[in-house]
Write a protein that binds this ligand. Structure first.
Ligand code: NAP
Ligand code: ZN
Length: 346
């Protein structure tokens, strides 16, 4: 099926209009018209090969919200006309212990990514969501609650689940002091979820102009990390720190903000290793953890939670010819708080 979108033809080059063919609908597949596609900082890292060699041409995009247009003859989970979401992976081995536990993102064979890899057949390059049409196996797609605006839902498919999952895993809730590092696409979802779950929420941001927005999203406190004095002032404060920062930084300064037995969860993926002083961990029995997106059952649980609490991402909806500028603005921490492409403009 002919599909219109935008692609990166070569590492670090701007995105350009691009047409390609999607696979035919299989018995267990769903075809969808994509209506909105979010721009995740991971798209930028990969388009610029900041994580190592990538596959080009690349149609990025793993925050996909649309409507089902047809279903294969064995599909039971979806009907034509329903709203549907697709996230960071489109398949996995289905048999390993992680897949069996519904944690497909940790598939021992490696999840099948939405783009920048091969489809499950091992030969077809996977093309992501910056386009107007998608085909996916029904087991890897999720239902979108009817009460939520689709443009605000698209970013939930990566940014949303990527914060919901560690917030649940590290039991962020009443009586817990949690800090979110970086108020970007991921971070602002972390603030909304942690606040909805009753935690005491602080934003650690190097952009003081974001304070008002942070508080409006439900944060109780805002700490400007561009002022070095604030690190001493807030030492020993937090049970959990969720680090969504996309750039390199001195992680030791942030470990000092943890309480006894606190955990700093690494979520941002700058592509270069952190340098950790052992003393920053020993003194206070602290931990560093990591978390990657979430599995299909948890993705559905998060969307249902968002439906119940009317939570969506704060978005700037853009046309396709603005993608390159949106990339620059995202890298400059100048996005409120996720760019979402209106796919009618492809
Ligand atoms: P984003 O919208 O660009 O947000 C990143 C935020 O980091 C910025 O808004 C900014 O917040 C802060 N930041 C940026 N540069 C900084 C600097 N030089 N010093 C200090 N803070 C800085 O990006 P995103 O889409 O939320 O993604 C964030 C990171 O998570 C990316 O590395 C992405 O690849 C990764 N990611 C990981 C997963 C996972 O499964 N673990 C999933 C998706 C994305 P302030 O202006 O508030 O300081
Ligand atoms: Zn993402």
């Amino acid at each position: 099926m002919n599909t219109r979108g935008y692609a990166v033809m070569e590492a670090k080059k701007p995105l350009v209009p691009y047409q390609f063919n999607r696979r035919e609908l299989g018995a267990n597949d769903i075809a969808l018209d994509i209506l909105y596609a979010g721009i995740c900082h991971s798209d930028i890292h990969q388009a610029r090969e900041e994580w190592g060699p990538a596959l080009f041409p690349m149609v990025p995009g793993h925050e996909i919200a649309g409507v089902v247009t047809s279903v294969g003859n064995k599909v039971t989970k979806f009907k034509v006309g329903e709203k549907i979401g697709v996230g960071v992976f489109v398949d996995s081995c289905r048999t390993c212990s992680s897949c069996q536990a519904g944690l497909q993102q940790y598939c021992l064979e490696g999840m099948t990514g939405t783009y920048n890899g091969l489809e499950r057949d091992g030969v077809t390059p996977a093309m992501g969501g910056y386009c107007n049409y998608f085909v996916i196996n029904e087991d890897y797609a999720v239902h979108i609650p009817d009460n939520l605006p689709l443009e605000g839902v698209a970013p939930l498919m990566c940014a949303g689940i990527t914060l919901y999952s560690p917030i649940k895993h590290w039991k962020v809730g009443p009586g817990k002091k949690v800090a979110v590092m970086g108020l970007g696409g991921l971070g602002h979802m972390g603030v909304k979820f942690a606040a909805a779950l009753g935690a005491d929420v602080t934003v650690l941001s190097h952009s003081p102009k974001k304070e008002k927005d942070a508080l409006a999203m439900g944060a109780h406190h805002f700490v400007d990390t561009s002022n070095p004095d604030n690190f001493a002032k807030h030492a020993g404060t937090f049970d959990v720190i969720l680090n969504t920062v996309s750039a390199e930084l001195d992680i030791n300064q942030y470990l000092n903000l943890l309480k006894l037995d606190g955990t700093l969860v690494v979520i941002g993926l700058p592509g270069k290793p952190y340098s950790v002083h052992v003393g920053s961990l020993l003194n206070g029995r602290k931990s560093i953890g990591g978390s990657m997106i979430g599995g299909i059952p948890e993705l559905q649980e998060m969307l249902d939670f968002c439906g119940k609490h009317s939570i969506v991402s704060d978005v700037e909806v853009i046309a396709s010819d603005y993608i390159n500028e949106a990339y620059e603005r995202t890298v400059a921490s100048d996005v409120k708080y996720r760019f979402v492409i209106d796919t009618k403009t492809f």
